[in-house]
Design a protein around this ligand. Sequence first.
Ligand code: S3P
Length: 179
Amino acid sequence: MQTGRQIENVALIGFMGVGKSSVGQIVAKRLRFEFLDTDQQIEAEAGKTVPEIFAQDGEPAFRERERQLVGQLEQRTQLVISTGGGMAANPRNLASLQRHALVVYLWASPEVLLQRAGQLKGRPLLAVADPAARIRELLTARDPFYRQADVLVNTEHRSMNEVAGQIVTQFRMARREHE
Ligand code: S3P
C-alpha cells in the first residue's frame, strides 16, 4: 500500500450493476459513516438524471462533472463512496480517490455481469443494439484500472452482507496500519 496516505473514507469501484450502492449502504451503516453515491450527487447538482445529462450535454460533460466531484471528495472524511462505473477507469480520478480512501474493487465475472445487464436500466452506455458486446468491450478496457484498487472483493456466491463485512474488516485493518 502507498505510504503517506490518510485513509479516511471507503471508495467502492467496479462495473455497472456489481452492487456498489447496495454494499456501500451496508458498509456505511456498519461504520456509522455517511453514504455518498457519485451518480446521485451529480444528478442532485445538475438537476437532471444521468441519462438526461448524457442525452442533453454529452458524455464528456458527465465525465467533467465526475472529475470535479472527485476533487471535492478529497476534503471529506467518514464517507463511504459508491462511484459510477466509469469514474475509476480514469487514472487521475483513481489517484485522487487513493489519496484519502481505501479503494475497493467489487468484482464479478463478465458472465455474471452480462446476466445482470438486462436489469440495468438508466445506463446510457448500455442503451445500444448489442449491450453484451459493449459490456465485454468496456470491461476489457477498465479491468486493468479497477485492479489498481487496494482490495479486490469477489462478489459472486456471497451475500451483500458478507461482502460488506469483508470491506469493514479490511478498512479497520488498513486504518490500524496507517496509525
Ligand atoms: C457509467 C456507470 C453508471 C453511471 C453512468 C456511466 C459507466 O454508474 O455513472 O451511466 O461509465 O460505467 P453505475 O456504475 O452506478 O451504474
